[in-house]
Design a protein around this ligand. Structure first.
Ligand SMILES: [Zn+2]
Ligand SMILES: [Zn+2]
Ligand SMILES: [Zn+2]
Length: 168
């Protein structure tokens, strides 16, 4: 299923974006869990409940989220903070989650572009609040950069700094 989604994304990056989001949201968890299981199998590490717990929080979160905030949501399940820290780092190492740039030193995570549509972030200069901004306006810049430098552009990162409604 995921490979079909990836294929569709390659063929028609923009036209089918809405469709892609719907497909992804229908049942992404099984695919992520499978990817993670096979990544862990290569290490000989065991699939444990804490990983599943962290993944399901990341999947439901509308905003990039820190290990501490994940902990607050799942405290009742008895998972400890240290293993949530380890798990978020491991998920980022595996390319399943990604660390979102921040200005307050807090590491916030979200599912990687493999599992959700590519997008960018706006970060509050004063309190560090981080929000998603859907879509991407960087294509033209990539093309100009490729033309003027001869580089083949592989990826980009962009975050906007500003003042959130509370701080402005
Ligand atoms: Zn703020
Ligand atoms: Zn995001
Ligand atoms: Zn972009």
């Amino acid at each position: 299923m995921l490979s079909r989604v990836r294929q569709a994304a390659k063929e028609t990056p923009h036209k089918n974006l809405a469709l892609l989001i719907i497909i992804c949201n229908n049942n992404p968890m099984g695919n992520i869990a499978n990817d993670l299981r096979s990544a862990l199998a290569q290490d000989g590490k065991r699939w444990t409940g804490v990983r599943e717990t962290v993944l399901s929080v990341l999947e439901k979160s509308a905003l990039p989220i820190s290990a501490k905030d994940i902990f607050k949501q799942v405290r009742s399940s008895g998972v400890n903070l240290a293993s949530i820290y380890r798990t978020t780092e491991m998920l980022a190492d595996r390319g399943i989650a990604m660390q979102v740039e921040s200005r307050d030193g807090v590491r916030r995570y979200e599912l990687s572009d493999r599992y959700r549509p590519h997008h960018h972030h706006v970060v509050c200069r004063d309190c560090g609040e981080t929000r998603d901004v859907s879509g991407c306006g960087v294509k033209g810049l990539e093309e100009r950069a490729a033309r003027s430098t001869g580089f083949k552009i592989l990826a980009h990162q962009l975050s906007l700094t500003g003042l959130c409604p509370r701080c402005s």
